[in-house]
Design a protein around this ligand. Structure first.
Ligand code: 5AD
Ligand code: SF4
Length: 475
């Protein structure tokens, strides 16, 4: 743990969301502003970056105008994500003009993908750092301050940032992300991640458990274990040779306290095992929710995507989940219009969506990414119009499925972890149940509650995105 002035970061984090102004407590006078794009992993990385920068005397600020360094932690997964970052970089031009010496850094997947090209292309970038090189940020900042453009995009086979205690940014003080592994070995044909985040490696279990314990002691009630492919988690203790797989890790985290909820993301349908499902079933505090990306419902397209499972395998996997945990919610990622996808392939996707009854899906039009297997081997031959039409059909079906799922919950009592006031009214609480569904209910004077408390709520109404109910009991 590091010191900021005479307070430890953990003391500063105590109790409430830590989002920013270290300067107030420690006399730190250099400030960084960080904006994150993309997946939860990137947001989690920003918290590691914040920790590294804090120990070098930088406090974070939420106001880009008062920053000495601006960082964009970027995503390359779809072209649109990269365009957004490029637009943002041009917006910083004005700030740079107004404040000579202001540094701008591009971090994360786009840094890895475009490397030093970014410095040339975007005259406004001073620092480019890939996902495995954040420890070198302080040295790179010094380099950039002296007028040299600074780049480090080396990928590593070992880096997990295990020893770095993340500084929670924009946290609600109730739930936090804990990174358990980095990289991906799967090589899905559409995906740029194996190229930008490198090979798969797991973090040691001891530091993961310690981080989760610390969070719980600070008042957090929910941890989400993060990795590109959590089911491949595998740690061999170098001294005892003792093996920890993902199911064992889940059980260890769940054992911290029955009042600490455990979530995880993302699972690959080919890798999630019965052992993991049994660990979930046997530990009620491991949430009844699995994100199980389908990508496509057509075996032919799945093969082209290099997903290594068939449509039947996927259907059987969802069936198995429901057999072991009938109340388990399942969500998905779906891509519309992958190379060669025809109408029947698309109908196959809609069919699996219906069979799985997804509670939620993240849905995308296929976007070809340079360097991926698909870009090298196939033609991006589904027109933009067809992609958009299929995507709209997928979204519309998902909306129906989400509403149907919520309607099935009418009349049940569900346990909710309160995250804060409802967005629409401070007379209502907002929280989530084990299935990850948003639940809103009225505050009542006779049952004083606060965020981080659990409450039992009788579901009386619903929309597609929310369950609405009344509190019946709290504990
Ligand atoms: N185009 C569209 N969607 C993609 N995803 C990954 N790569 C692409 C791409 N090239 C989606 C997948 C993945 C999610 C994180 O992003 O569905 O599961
Ligand atoms: Fe990309 Fe596939 Fe790895 Fe997910 S599992 S990060 S989609 S290569």
């Amino acid at each position: 743990m590091f010191e900021a002035g005479n307070k430890t970061i953990d003391e500063i984090r105590q109790g409430e969301a830590y989002s920013g102004d270290l300067a107030a407590v420690s006399g730190i006078n250099k400030k960084f502003f960080i904006e994150s794009y993309g997946c939860q992993m990137n947001f989690s990385d920003s918290e590691i970056i914040a920790s590294i920068l804090n120990s070098e005397g930088f406090g974070s600020t939420r106001n880009e105008e008062e920053a000495d360094i601006i960082f964009l932690n970027t995503c390359s997964i779809r072209e649109k994500a990269e365009q957004t970052v490029r637009k943002r970089l041009t917006e910083f031009k004005k700030l740079k003009r107004a404040k000579p010496g202001l540094l701008v850094g591009v971090l994360g997947c786009m840094a890895e993908r475009l490397k030093s090209k970014l410095l040339e292309e975007e005259k406004l970038v001073d620092i480019v750092v890939g996902p495995d090189a954040y420890r070198t940020l302080p040295a790179l900042i010094d380099e950039a301050k002296s007028g040299t453009k600074a780049v480090n995009v080396l990928l590593s086979r070992e880096e997990t940032y295990a020893d770095i205690s993340p500084v929670r940014l924009n946290s609600n003080g109730v739930s936090a992300f804990v990174s358990i592994m980095r990289g991906c070995n799967n090589m899905c044909a559409f995906c740029v991640v194996p190229f930008t985040r490198g090979r798969e490696r797991s973090r040691d279990d001891v530091s993961i458990i310690q981080e989760c314990k610390n969070l719980f002691e600070e008042g957090y009630k929910e941890v989400t274990l993060l990795g590109q492919n959590v089911d491949s988690y595998y740690w061999v203790d170098p001294i005892t040779n003792h093996i920890v797989d993902f199911a064992m890790l889940l059980e260890k985290v769940a054992a911290i306290s029955p009042t600490l909820r455990v979530r995880f993301s993302t699972s690959h349908p080919k890798d999630i095992t019965d052992k993991v499902l049994f660990a979930m079933r046997d530990n009620p505090n491991i949430c009844r929710y699995i994100h199980l990306p389908l990508q496509s419902g057509s075996t032919r397209v799945l093969q082209l995507m290099n997903r290594t499972y068939t449509r039947e395998w996927y259907i059987a996997k969802v069936k198995r989940i429901k057999e072991i945990m009938p109340d388990c919610a399942v969500s998905s990622d779906i891509i519309a219009g992958f190379c060669t996808e025809d109408e029947q392939d698309h109908l196959d996707t809609l069919d699996i969506m219906r069979r799985s009854g997804y509670e939620y899906s993240y849905m995308f039009a296929y976007s070809e990414r340079p360097g991926t297997l698909a870009a090298k081997r196939y033609t991006d031959d589904v027109s933009a119009e067809v992609k958009q039409r299929r995507l709209a059909e997928i979204i519309s079906l998902q909306n129906e499925l989400s509403l149907e799922s919520n309607k099935r919950d009418l009349g049940i009592t569900t346990e909710v972890l309160i995250e804060g006031d409802s967005k629409k009214s401070s007379n209502h609480w907002m929280g989530r149940n084990s299935q990850g569904k948003v639940v809103v209910f009225e505050k009542i004077k006779s049952m004083p509650l606060q965020k981080g408390d659990y409450a039992f709520v009788l579901v009386k109404e619903c929309t597609q995105g929310t369950l609405l109910g009344t509190i019946v009991e709290n504990n």
